[in-house]
Structures are given as C-alpha cells and as structure tokens.
Design a protein around this ligand. Structure first.
Ligand code: PLP
Length: 428
C-alpha cells in the first residue's frame, strides 16, 4: 500500500511508515494512492464481520502484511459486535459502543494498536502522543495498556470532559500517562502538532500520533459501515442515507471511503453540534472556524476538524460534489428535546447519536432508509443523559470499575516546554 502526503504529494510512504509516523511533512495527512477493488460487494456482505473486515483491510494494505497477519490483527481488535437496532420504521441505529470503552473509537484504537505492533521495529522507542476531547483517549489508552514497550501520552482539556470519561482512561498507569492541560481541545491539538514539528523530539522519543489522523484508525472504521449494510434487509439496502455525528470528521471520512470501495450509500449527512464549521462551509463555501464552543456532545466540540482535507481529496478524486452531502447543526436544547423524543419511542440514546438522528429525521425522504451512528453508550454521558431524561441509568461494568479508582493525571499549562519534559520523562 502506498500513501501520499496531502500537503506534499511527492512524499510517498508505505502502510507501515504511515502508521508509525501518523503525519507527513508539514503536518500533511496521508491518503491512499489507490483504492482497492473489492470485487463482488454483495458476496462480501454475506461474510461474517471479522472475515469480511480482514478481507477489506488486507486488500488495502496489500503485500506489506500477509492476509493471515491481518486476519489475526482484526480478530484481536474486533472482539465485540456492531449491531443495528431498529429505532422506527425505516430508521436504524448502528451501535458502535459495545467495546471496552463504550465508544466507536475502540474499533480504530484497537486496530491501530495491532497495526503499530505489527510494523514497529523491535527495540525502537515508540511514544504515542494524542490529544483527546474524551473518547479517543480512553480507546487509545485501553488499546495499548500493558504493551510495555510502547509508551502512551494523552492530552486532554482540563475540566472539559466528563468526570466518568476521565476516570475511564486516567486511572490506568503503567505505560499510560495522561495530562490535563489548562486549555481547550484545540490547544491540546496544537501542542501535539508542535511536538510533531520538533524533529529532534520526534526522533528522540519515537513520536507517533494515535488520534483520528492515523490512517489505520480510519481503515478500521470503514469496516463497520459494511457491517451496517450487511445487517439491513436486502430490500432496504438501496436508497440508504447515513447520518454521521461529526467532530474531527474521521468517521465521515471512513464512511466515504467505504462508499468509494463500492458500498451502496446514496447520501451521507454531516451532523454537528454548535461547532458548525463544516455545515457553514457547505452552505457558504467559506471556511471560517470560530473558537470552540462547549456543548453537551463534547466529543464533537471541534471547530477545526483535522480530517476535512481527506474528505475534500476523496470527493475530488471520485468526482463527488460536496453539495451531495446533507448537513445540519443542532443546538443543545434541540439535542435534549430529541433525546426525550427518542426515549419516549423506546430508544435510549446519548447526545452524539441524538444529533445524528435529528438531522437524519429532518432530511430523510420517502423511499429512503435511514441509518445513524450511535457513537457512545448512554452511560458514558450519564450525567447529561440522567438529567435530561430524569433517569438513573446503570453503569456498565468497565465504567463502574474505573469510577472507583484514583485519578493519575499530571496537570500542565498550555505550554510546549512542559509537554516536552513529560515526553522525555516517559522514555527515560
Ligand atoms: C469522537 C466522537 C465523535 C466524533 O467523531 P469524529 O470521527 O471525530 O468526527 C462523535 N461521537 C463520539 C461519542 C465521539 O467520541
């Protein structure tokens, strides 16, 4: 597999290099030079989740890893299902929260950990550095926990993620270091970018990024779009519209990649909270990020989505107009209202999924089947969901266990020098 840097097309790397480096020169994102031909998609849809996913990922990766190796990586990573739940006639939820950290990022995080282990040189230093607005951190921490030759450093905006979310990944210790930064998620992302720009640091500690910019994460996410369609009754596979609750736009990138590989999807819908840079861009053609606005769907509080250049590239390559994307932005009040409606209809959801559901409902036309991604378990956002729905929802076992553990996070200013010291110390 060859990938090129979107900012410097002459920089070409292998899958292994892209996984290890995360980003290319000048902070450019990697993008596949070729999209594989998967052959008969209907036959693929007949396969079970792990076999089908192995086939897709193996086709992408090519000769660099054997199909047996990929099959084993996928088997290790995808140890939980991605079921469809019918919410009402013609509208389905794709539940991506049945993994160990109860959010879709388990799929990408775990496959990335497998990929990195498969392509790393023995005895080289590896430090995973990632910024999280909540869920990425938990997924990455759990995916790498106990792989002691890989150190993980996770930055998050102090006080801006839910206490339970924080407990889920800041209580692990061992090879996992978490840093609460005085600042916003965008500040954390800027610190990560600054670290990657520091060539010396990058080499000294073997920096690698594990947020949604790592190509292996996106590739893993392609697989559950196929799994969604595989579970739909055949008659409903045509005219399928998929609504994606979006923050950094990794999930939408993966969905569009799935479509480019032949998955029948009529239209994708971009659903955001008040951080609506992309919906405004699609409406006006002007890219005008504002400062980040805190919302109750905080995993989507991103005003400068990292993955957008990949979406532009893919659409251009495929000749798809950006105007083919549906879009909508949802306020906190509307999110709460939608959660109540869904609950009254018998489906317990959380804010991110509810946003996707709302925009889908507004835009679904006669004869279309609707599907929206449920990106997290309701209990992961327990405080918000309990308050809006006047419930006391049960904590699933992993959350209950971590909730009682001690927080181990370091606290640092929004300051690159302080971060550098942390990065050097974990490799000492
Ligand atoms: C990360 C996240 C999102 C946003 O996904 P992107 O791929 O960054 O667009 C949505 N919902 C939840 C629960 C998340 O954790």
């Amino acid at each position: 597999m060859k990938l090129y840097n979107l900012k410097e097309h002459q920089e070409q790397v292998s899958f292994g290099q892209a996984v290890r480096q995360g980003l290319g020169r000048n902070q450019g994102l990697f993008f596949p030079s070729e999209l594989p031909d998967l052959g008969d998609v209907d036959a693929l849809l007949e396969m079970d989740f792990v076999s089908r996913s192995s086939k897709i990922l193996s086709a992408f990766i090519g000769e660099e890893l054997t199909s047996e190796a990929v099959n084993q990586m996928v088997g290790n990573a995808f140890q939980f299902p991605a079921p469809l739940a019918k919410v009402k006639d013609g509208v389905y939820a794709l539940e991506l929260f049945h993994g160990p950290t109860l959010a879709f990022k388990d799929f990408g995080g775990r496959f990335m950990a497998q990929s990195l282990a498969a392509v790393s040189e023995k005895d080289g230093k590896v430090t995973i550095l990632t910024a999280t607005s909540g869920d990425t951190g938990a997924a990455v921490a759990h995916a790498f926990y106990g792989m002691d030759n890989i150190k993980v450093v996770i930055l998050y905006p102090k006080g801006k993620i839910s206490p339970l979310q924080e407990k889920l990944f800041c209580t692990l210790g061992r090879n996992i270091t978490t840093v609460a930064v005085e600042g916003t998620f965008d500040d954390c992302q800027a610190l990560v970018k600054a670290s990657f720009d520091d060539e010396q640091l990058r080499q000294d500690v073997g920096l690698n990024s594990a947020n949604s910019i790592n190509i292996s994460r996106l590739m893993a996410q392609i697989c559950y779009y196929f799994e969604a369609v595989a579970q739909l009754p055949k008659a409903q596979r045509e005219n399928l519209v998929i609504s994606v609750p979006s923050g950094n736009f990794g999930n939408l990138t993966a969905g569009l990649l799935a479509k480019s590989l032949g998955l029948p999807v009529k239209r994708f819908i971009v659903a955001t909270n008040a951080n609506d840079t992309v919906p405004r861009y699609l409406q006006t053609g002007e890219w005008a990020p504002t400062s980040t606005i805190p919302t109750i769907s905080n995993a989507m509080d991103v005003s400068e989505p990292n993955n957008w250049p990949r979406i532009e590239e893919l659409c251009q390559l495929k000749g798809w107009g950006l105007n083919e994307l549906g879009y909508g932005a949802v306020t906190d009040e509307q999110t709460a209202e939608t959660l109540r409606e869904m609950n009254a209809d018998g489906y317990l959801c959380e804010p991110h999924g509810a946003i996707a559901y709302r925009v889908l409902n507004e835009q679904l036309q006669d004869g279309e089947t609707g599907l929206f991604l449920c990106t997290a378990h309701p209990a992961k956002f327990k405080e918000v969901v309990d308050e809006i729905l006047e419930l006391d929802i049960d904590l699933p076992a992993p959350l209950a266990k971590h909730g009682a553990m001690e927080l181990l996070s370091l606290e640092r200013d929004n300051d690159f020098e302080q971060l550098k010291a942390v990065l050097r110390s974990v490799q000492d």
